[in-house]
Write a protein that binds this ligand. Sequence first.
Ligand code: BGC
Length: 748
Amino acid sequence: MTLPAKLSFASLVLALGAGCSTRSKLEPVAPCPPASPASWLEQGPSPDERATRLVSSMTEAEKLTVVTGYFGAHAEWNAYRFPEARPQSAGFVPGVARVKLTPQWQTDAGSGVATQGAAPPELERTLLPSGILTASTWDPALAEQSGAMIGSEARASGFNVMLAGGVNLLREPGNGRNFEYGGEDPLLAGTMVGALVRGIQSSHVVATVKHFALNDQESGRRSVNVLIDEGAARLSDLLAFQLAIEQGAPGSVMCSYNLVNGVHACQNDWLLNGVLKRDWGFAGFVMSDWGAQADTVLDANHGLDQETGVSRLGEYQWLDKLGAAVRAGKVAPARLDDMVHRIVRTLIDKGAIDAPARPAPIDFEAHAAVSQADAEAGIVLLKNDGALPLGTTLKSVAVIGGHADRGVLTGGGSAQVYAPGGNAVPGLTPERWPGPPVYARSSPLEALGKELPGVSVAWNEGSDRAAAAAAAAHTDVAVVFVTQWTAEALDFPLTLPGEQDALVEAVARANRRTVVVLETGGPVLMPWVERVSAVVEAWYPGSRGGPAIARVLSGAVNPSGHLPASFPRSAEQLPRARIAGVGATPDIVFDVRYDEGAAVGYRWYDRSGREPLFAFGHGQSYTTFKRDELAARIEAPELRVTFRVSNSGTQRGQDVAQVYVSPVAGGWECPKRLGAFTKLALAPGENRAVTLTVDPRLLAVWDGERHAFRIAPGEYRVTLASSARDPGQSVTIALPERLLPAGAGSKP
Ligand code: BGC
């Protein structure tokens, strides 16, 4: 490609990075330190030791090169089109050839290797189901396996950093990025995202937990100022991050666009230096969300280690500006060294130096099977009055709407992955980023035809309600697909777009046996729910979504997904019926006060005595489970819960056993919290004894004075249930007082 003249600046950056041998005007005045470029590459010493060796041999200009990241995409709007950057990628950080330091090639995101801003030609890669679907599996081993798959594709696509590990809590059901995250509960989200991160990093690709923190809405995402008490944050959004970081050991954390308690997250000393680095002992590096860096000195001193996403000429905070700040004494030279040390140490620690990423062939068949296994375990059967599974006596099915003849929906924005075969439904709006809406080429209609041999499967596209109803009237069962595309940078109403609610009503009137399949990014309202036979939440089910949905409907797969988020009956049930800041003027800061504090999701419904449409943890199966022998004991100092689960039905299936904890005397932000969970596969008649450990932070409140989690002494109720609304069965146990340091990572 022809590089624009503007790129000459970038060439200078590289020249600067090349350091002492370059005779440019920007050459550092100070003499080069004695270079021992090879010694840091020796594999014996610890990552810290190797990073120390490297940093001590680098010039200031070289260090400044490593802490500044650019947009990677070779697109018109990117003034810094580095030839070495991967063409459709999110990020590129030049390496330093003199000391043999590799560049960073950074790719989005949590469902696989993404294509930036629809930059053609789209990179076709295996698409995992959305993060919220993976969370619905409640199966960390599956999340890890899924992470390993996308990590290996990142590596085989030449990337050594993956911007994957989204763990923002689902506080706002209308948040356009809920599909990227792990739901509303800190334990579930932190555990599942931590497992995904472990998987990604098993391919020597650095994973990035994001967006730190409290980036729970997209409206006004750069100007929303989230107001929340420290204790409430530590028990909700921050706890999700803390758990994901403990369990996944990500190499990097991405700070977010929003402000937290009046301060931009990327220059928030409390969040970055205090909570993340001091309290939690995070040894990796903090990168900004793309362009979230805002102030050379504050960013540097308050904990940011790498600025990213520079794409407009001169619109960066660091490079020579940071060099000048260091020389002026506004930023300590040791801080610059610390930034570089963290970055280099991480690359060494995660294997990105010793096992460099290189483009390599990908086994798409094997990877599609991983994606399908994830989808099959995370699709949630919300309601079933007997219409499902479709069964063997069936003669005819009408499949209606949702482009089910062509594919399954995917989420938009920077996380957009183009599955093999590209977009199955081109031409939808919005045309421009974060669009266009993309369907993965995996048709549920076609798959259903294969799953139901001998059954007549009719198709109706659903645009004409009367025709759809007529098609449904003459078949045994009608399956209606409804979709809601969601995407980064936007929030969405909870009502399905277009005339889809009316379509469902019309079909349900024509055929009592109507099954609704939802493909949505998060919770939606279902005004028709009482009038349909069954409802299946398929989220965005990934590269092989078609067969995964068909197999759940046919019964080849026994559904085992459970909701990682509550579905409201109406927006009025939520702490905020409308997301603040929709249509806000960019750059004018506005406040959103999280008065609900740590009472997010089911904790809020419980506290306010409201009953959601479908509860957190809910999910039906084609078999039945019995849970008994519940007991709780203290095995100093941990709380262990034991019970037995049996498959009391006639089919093989998987149960998600949920342990909720609550102080009998009250005193928390809500009546109960999820304390532990497990997923068990059981054959009919099989039973298994289980022991789970409750993370002590979930029994505690935040004690600001002692800067610690504190378990108050007293009686606690331990409830074994199948959802947050299931009364289940309970025992009580007395717990002694316990203090846990802010960074106490419990590793039961
Ligand atoms: C998003 C990040 C993403 C980055 C790079 C930003 O707009 O918020 O999640 O990793 O872009 O594409």
